[in-house]
Design a binder for this molecule. Structure first.
Ligand code: 8YV
Length: 313
């Protein structure tokens, strides 16, 4: 398979990069200053694209590669891939579901605790020596709080399971009610937000879910409510979120993703009720290795005419 051209869009994992280099003719897109010149030269040899949540395969890239057969994403999210274009052209698409579910759900709970119990601020309090002059202020209890989840897929369900262990009543919003769960269903995000204390975004980013967190939802969650986003930045109307937090119209937020990441609104930096993470939901050694193995397994399967491990298209 050493002659098969594989275009990697972004530096995502060194083990994956090494293995792709060993097994295929790996081309590193991010190292090239003149991308269009490069594509002109290599367009015929590239048969696979390996992308991630930062750089996938848009219509322009797909159209530039006449022999593209497969897009193997090092992510569960598919929002950076033009799926319609792939379907139209018969290009296969794979992602990395399941292997990252636990990590992302763990992180959602970590963010809830970090916001409610002010963990980063407490840590800063100890390090700065302030503890010697008095105890840290009281914080807010997590156990028993009502948790609303947007999107009850694999990750949403895993978050619900964990929150249940904290005795939290669970409710959710998704496109349709799920027969297999006993959690309370709300047919709109505003209704869900009005009826929970902690609102967690765990759905896929699509045209329908872009800005699913808008001013109305933020107001429904209210000055004691907490927003947790482990989905995608564009799920949230970020300027609305920032002004709600700055003005005290929302109780707090735990954010792993941002609308224009790695740019993060500086207005959030001084707020103790906000915890900011650099998109690390799946970022453990163990999980990233499993994600890399899935990408490799899917490519090997495709080019050996075997069944894909995790096909999307
Ligand atoms: C990654 C992700 O952070 O799976 C997703 O959808 O957002 C991620 O796990 C990313 O693709 C790593 O490069």
């Amino acid at each position: 398979m050493e002659t098969i051209g594989v275009l990697m869009t972004f530096p995502m994992n060194s083990y994956l990069e090494q293995e792709l280099q060993r097994r295929f003719n790996l081309l590193r897109f991010w190292t090239l200053p003149e991308k269009s010149v490069f594509l002109e030269a290599h367009r015929n040899s590239i048969r696979a694209v390996v992308g991630n949540a930062t750089a996938g395969a848009d219509a322009e890239l797909i159209d530039a590669l006449p022999n593209l057969e497969i897009v193997a994403s090092y992510s569960v999210g598919l929002d950076k891939i033009d799926l319609g274009k792939c379907r139209e052209k018969g290009i296969r698409v794979t992602n990395t579901p399941d292997v990252l579910t636990d990590d992302v759900a763990d992180l959602a709970i970590g963010l809830i605790l970090a916001v409610l119990r002010r963990l980063p601020a407490c840590d800063r309090y100890v390090r700065s020596g302030k503890w010697k002059h008095g105890d840290y202020q009281l914080t807010t209890k997590f156990t028993g709080k009502t948790v609303g989840i947007i999107g009850l897929g694999r990750i949403g369900l895993a978050i619900a399971k964990r929150a249940e262990a904290f005795s939290c009543p669970i409710s959710y919003y998704s496109q349709s009610e799920k027969a297999e769960v006993n959690y309370k269903y709300y047919p709109s995000v505003v209704e869900l937000a009005s009826n929970c204390q902690i609102l967690v975004v765990a759905c896929a980013l699509t045209e329908e879910t872009r800005h699913i967190i808008n001013r109305e939802v933020i107001d429904a969650l209210g000055p004691k409510g907490i927003l947790i986003n482990i989905g995608r930045g564009p799920h949230v109307d970020e300027p609305e979120l920032v002004s709600a937090l700055v003005e005290g119209r929302l109780g707090g937020a735990g954010l792993d993703v941002f609308e224009h990441e790695p740019e993060v609104p500086e207005a959030l930096f001084g707020l103790e009720n906000v915890v900011l993470l650099p998109h690390v939901g799946s970022g453990t050694v163990e999980t990233r290795m499993e994600m890399a193995d899935l990408v490799l397994g899917n490519l090997e399967a495709h080019f050996s005419n075997k069944q894909l491990l995790t096909p999307v298209v």
